[in-house]
Design a protein around this ligand. Structure first.
Ligand code: ADP
Ligand code: ZN
Length: 753
């Protein structure tokens, strides 16, 4: 037998796997996707086998220390996808695989440690949580039906036929003694039961009534058919372009139900899982609790349980934010990316991937269907649909007689302050709120700035108070009694003297959500006002606030972009945007697109119930194309205009970018390191006949964060291979060291800050 070798991805910043030899004792169990412990520079590290082969490396390969899993963690398609994703984003493959894997089981580790195979392994810290066993009931497919069945037995079978499975303790409302009924059905060979551990997952705390699926509208039915027809065929992708409130979720539900009935698994990505308890509720109502909801608050143990249930096919639907993309769904048949335009799909630290783009890659590699849904598709997806790479499916109207709300644009420069005396609450918006409240409606007021005042100015010297570690103003948080930096953890008491001249008297400038909440509560008393932003939202409080809005215990909801996300709140008849310009002034080529999306999405929260809605947008730029188009709910005009601008400037979706970011505690050292990289990139760029432009280096728009200066350069090109070539060499230069500067490469960047 020839010598065997394994390429192993280690959780260290190296973009290449390492080769080890496979001893005879391990030859039968070492295969791609299993975790092994290997010696590495005097330590033992857990690694994942990416390839097994018999090509001896040029050096003396050391043997693998031991096996950490009995079975591969990833099937071949998922492993290949992960390796490809790491390569695309030029990121160390070991870190990518490790992020996608569950925590190592501590018992397996302990055994290996006692045998001296491994010594220190970080994952040993994995926390345990209290769990209890729950019994899941599933119907036996094609079991012959005995002629006589009791009514409880029939009722239970009917429910199972509809939902696929149910937990025993959900059945109390359906039959009087569920355990007895299940036992008798089990004896007849009609159902099977399995018990599994339940955890304190916040998404499953309140029971949900099974729903009655609505009759689909014609466009919903057509979209569903198109998607369902593609299941199991060659991989295909769809852009589900449906206006706000058009019922995209119903299409997802139907497509997933069909995939599951064919034994295929499904993956649903949502922008921010904490903001979507209602969406999860709709899936539970349709499919029962047999869903893996993946979110950041899961303990290692919960994550591992969910991971195993998906891997084995015991659970066939995973819902989660971007990292759920790596969930090991068994026989993956469909991947859905809801609100595909949302910037939160981009991971901005470490492995900087875009979950929407990777969803396309993963579904392609898995032979699955991919559905991207949005009322305001990203220009990238729209262009791909235009080129025929995605098939477009349209939902042009809201179901029933509901319509999109009319939008009024209020030009702030020509308005005087309304009755409140605050210039940021114009007369028309003031009166609209009064009318809304008088009619018993609810209002959402969107202001994309948290805190009381976004900045403070010294009355004596005129300087704006800034963070000592970052080049941004400090924000006043009055309830907390602090001035805080939104980029680092710096905080200092309110009421302090100016840090430049030492005089007291810092005056708040502008208005944040905290001040807006106070103002509204005062001006519109006794209206009940609540706030939703990152300061109020922790753990279950988002669900709590949204629940109170839904139960009509709140009249006016104030918030940052958190209030714009897909909420379906039927009592909301008024939406007010305090300042549309905020996101327009960002130094970012996507600023107009982002503004259009925010305005359209928040406007889409109004009039989803029986009462018609109304939207008011306050702005200093009433003629800006993004504001104009949003006020007419006119995505297509906006996108046509914006695509032309992007084409002229060579930005996405026409040109591709790679951002190279450099930071250093010292400004000139940072500049020098960035200049080195730029020079290095420029020296290479012409090799590929000038198809890669090097822009910069230049200071980042926020030049200093956490005490470090930031410079960056952009590589721009129309063709991926040339761009990749240059990016790859820049990365190699970074790996050789830059005199204490840190640097990173971001392929297809989203944040321009
Ligand atoms: P979107 O995700 O497109 O913004 P939703 O899926 O939240 O829209 O649907 C908006 C509302 O319309 C929801 O309350 C939903 O229950 C309802 N709805 C969806 N489809 C139908 C239908 N075919 N008939 C009646 N109501 C529907
Ligand atoms: Zn700071």
């Amino acid at each position: 037998m020839p010598d065997r070798f394994a390429d192993i991805a280690l959780p260290i910043p190296s973009r290449k796997p390492f080769t080890y030899s496979v001893g005879d004792d391990l030859a039968s169990s070492v295969q791609p996707g299993v975790r092994v412990a290997v010696p590495f520079r005097g330590r033992t590290l857990p690694g994942i086998v990416t390839r097994v082969h018999d090509v001896a490396p040029a050096f003396e390969a050391r043997p693998i220390g031991g096996l950490l899993d009995a079975e591969p963690l990833f099937d071949a398609a998922l492993l290949a996808f992960l390796v490809e994703a790491a390569d695309y984003y030029l990121h160390p493959v070991g870190e990518v695989l490790r992020a996608a894997a569950p925590a190592l089981r501590s018992d397996a580790l302990r055994t290996l440690r006692s045998r001296g195979v491994i010594d220190r392994v970080e994952e040993l810290k994995g926390a345990r949580v209290a769990t209890r066993a729950r019994t899941l009931v599933k119907p036996v497919a094609d079991a012959p039906r005995p002629p006589r069945l009791g009514s409880s037995q029939q009722a239970l079978l009917a429910l199972l036929a509809e939902r696929g499975s149910a937990h025993i303790d959900e059945l109390g409302g359906l039959v009087s003694d569920p355990r007895a009924v299940v036992r008798s059905l089990e004896r007849k060979g009609l159902v099977t039961t399995e018990s599994h551990e339940d955890t304190s997952n916040p998404f499953f705390q309140t029971p949900v009534e099974p729903d009655i699926p609505p009759e689909p509208t014609l466009p919903q039915a057509e979209a569903t058919t198109a998607i369902v027809d593609a299941l199991g065929g060659p991989p295909r992708s769809f852009l589900l372009y449906g206006i706000t409130g058009s019922g995209k979720t119903e299409v997802y539900l139907r497509a997933i139900a069909e995939a599951r009935s064919r034994g295929l698994g499904a993956l649903l990505l949502v922008p921010e899982i904490a903001l979507t308890p209602q969406l999860v509720g709709r899936f539970r109502a349709r499919f029962g609790d047999d869903i893996a909801v993946l979110h950041s608050a899961l303990t290692d143990r919960e994550r591992t349980l969910a991971w195993r249930a998906l891997r084995s096919g015991a659970v066939t639907l995973a819902i989660g934010a971007r990292s759920a993309l790596f969930a090991p769904v068994h026989r993956l048949g469909i991947v859905i990316v809801d609100e595909e335009h949302d910037p939160s799909y981009k991971q901005e630290e470490g492995f900087r991937y875009h979950a929407r783009d990777l969803a396309l890659l993963r579904s392609h590699r898995a032979g699955a269907v991919c559905v991207l849904g949005s009322a305001t598709p990203s220009l990238e997806s729209w262009q791909l649909a235009h080129e025929g790479r995605h098939r477009r499916l349209d939902l042009p109207a809201r179901p029933g007689s509901r319509t999109l709300p009319p939008v009024e644009v209020i030009h702030l420069a020509t308005q005087r302050a309304g009755p409140s005396g605050d210039p940021r609450l114009s007369g028309p918006l003031h009166r609209a709120i009064e009318t809304c409240l008088a009619g018993g409606g609810q209002g959402i007021l969107f202001l994309n700035r948290r805190g009381f005042a976004p900045s403070l100015r010294c009355e004596a010297c005129g300087e704006v108070e800034t963070c000592p570690a970052c080049s941004v103003p400090l924000t006043e948080h009055r309830k907390a009694g602090l001035l805080r930096c939104h980029y680092c953890d710096f905080a200092t008491p309110v009421g302090r003297a100016c840090s430049k001249c030492g005089q007291p008297g810092l005056v708040p400038l502008g208005m944040g959500t905290e001040k807006l909440e106070d103002t509204l509560a005062r001006v519109f008393a006794p209206a009940r006002v609540a706030r939703l932003d990152r300061d109020t939202a922790s753990g279950n409080s988002i669900e709590d606030v949204l629940g109170r809005v839904r139960r009509r215990e709140i009249d006016l909801l104030v918030g940052t972009q958190m209030v714009t996300k897909g909420h379906d709140l039927p009592g909301v008849t008024l939406v007010g945007v305090l300042l549309a310009d905020q996101s327009l002034v960002f130094p970012d080529f996507r600023a107009a697109e982002r503004t259009f999306q925010l305005l359209t999405q928040v406007a889409g929260r109004a009039g989803r119930g029986d009462a018609p809605g109304r939207v008011l947008i306050q702005t200093y730029q009433p003629h800006h194309p993004a504001v104009r188009a949003a006020s007419h709910h006119d995505y297509e005009t906006f996108v046509a205009h914006e695509l032309e601008a992007r084409r002229d400037l060579g930005y996405a979706p026409f040109g591709r970018l790679v951002a190279v970011r450099v930071d250093h505690a010292d400004r000139s050292a940072c500049e020098a390191a960035a200049a080195t990289l730029a020079e290095h990139a420029r020296a290479l760029a012409p090799v590929r006949s000038g198809r890669v432009e090097v822009l910069g280096p230049a200071p980042a728009p926020i030049e200093r964060v956490r005490g470090r200066f930031r410079h960056r350069l952009l590589l721009r090109g129309a063709e991926r291979p040339a761009l990749r070539h240059v990016a790859h060499h820049v990365l190699q230069r970074i790996e050789r060291g830059l005199g204490g500067a840190r640097a990173s490469v971001d392929v297809d960047p989203v944040s321009m800050l």
